[in-house]
Ligand binder design. Structure first.
Ligand code: ZN
Ligand code: ZN
Length: 320
């Protein structure tokens, strides 16, 4: 048998193992994953599955990389790519002065402070995030994450990601409120608040202890449901884009908060950064309802009411 025949035989065996594993575990072996697999008939999953759209890509990944490489190194690489590609344009926007009319605060960050942020991010991402990701492989396995085909259906992917957003927002809200207590703010959270005028990349500028907390809040949902790796990656991508948008410092006509009433976004989180830590409020990461329920958005709502009254007054003045 030639070397290439042997290689293709090995790859075929690997696919078979993956498939037989996935047949029994269509949506993961984590707790909620079992619930989903009970609710959704397997035929429906294959009919509407992502497998129809991108099976080759996934097959390539599982035959060329180990589960460890995909879950740990793949996730790290994807995170870095999405984070820096989505965050860097806002540095360019600030420096070029383009679209300034949509900037929330008038203050501009100096190039030196932007570069300090990037240097610290690279140090923490490679010194903290990467080692944590490498060590967390057993956790990925324990939570029932799988890489095999078939890919989950869009319904399962969307349901899981909505669940992750709600859970992450809840955990983040309470963790963030605790981080605003005197000792924790002084020794941990004040690092994130060094930038009172945030820009995209400041979303992950934080003390290593806070990075671990953010990681926990992000991973708690997947840990419960045992998702497919693709779902985990998609969740990571939308969560990174969401937090970069919340820190971008611009409120555009096309900002998501203009279209989704419960979504916080840049204007909501920018308010949190520009106020003194005891008065900041707006602790949620994604939605606005937790702050509304626990009345930690009173200052923000008063400011919004004042602004809209001012706009109304000016419009009336112009008419007269
Ligand atoms: Zn804060
Ligand atoms: Zn922030």
């Amino acid at each position: 048998m030639s070397a290439s025949d042997k290689c293709s035989l090995e790859q075929e065996e690997k696919k078979q193992v993956s498939r037989s594993f996935s047949d029994d575990n269509l949506v993961g072996i984590g707790g909620f994953g079992r619930v989903y697999s009970g609710i959704m008939p397997s035929r429906e999953i294959s009919d509407f599955g992502l497998a129809k759209l991108m099976p080759e890509g996934q097959e390539y990944l599982i035959t060329h990389f180990s589960d460890f490489q995909l879950a740990c190194l793949g996730s790290f690489f994807l995170h870095e790519t999405v984070f820096f590609f989505s965050g860097l344009p806002f540095i360019w926007l600030e420096r070029s002065g383009w679209l300034t009319k949509y900037k929330i605060q008038a203050k501009i960050n100096s190039p030196a402070s932007q570069e300090k942020c990037i240097a610290r991010l690279l140090l923490y991402h490679f010194g903290v995030n990467l080692p944590v990701m490498l060590c967390s492989y057993p956790v990925f396995r324990y939570m029932g994450m799988r890489t095999s085909l078939p890919l989950p259906s869009w319904k399962v992917v969307i349901a899981q990601i909505i669940f992750y957003f709600i859970l992450e927002d809840f955990v983040f809200y309470w963790g963030h409120r605790i981080l605003h207590t005197k000792w924790l703010y002084k020794h941990v959270h004040s690092v994130h608040h060094e930038y009172a005028t945030p820009f995209g990349l400041t979303s992950e500028y934080a003390h290593p202890a806070e990075i671990l907390f953010l990681g926990f809040a992000t991973i708690v949902g997947p840990a419960i449901t045992g998702p497919h790796l693709i779902t985990l990656w998609l969740w990571m991508v939308v969560r990174v884009l969401e937090t970069v948008e919340a820190h971008c410092g611009y409120h555009f006509p096309w900002s998501p908060s203009n279209f989704f009433p419960l979504y916080g976004g840049a204007d909501f989180h920018d308010y949190h950064h520009r106020l003194l830590y005891t008065k900041s409020g707006n602790y949620s990461s994604t939605f606005t309802y937790m702050d509304r329920i626990f009345e930690t958005d009173i200052g923000y709502r008063k400011l919004k009411a004042l602004k809209s009254a001012e706009v109304e007054y000016c419009t009336e003045e112009k008419k007269l």
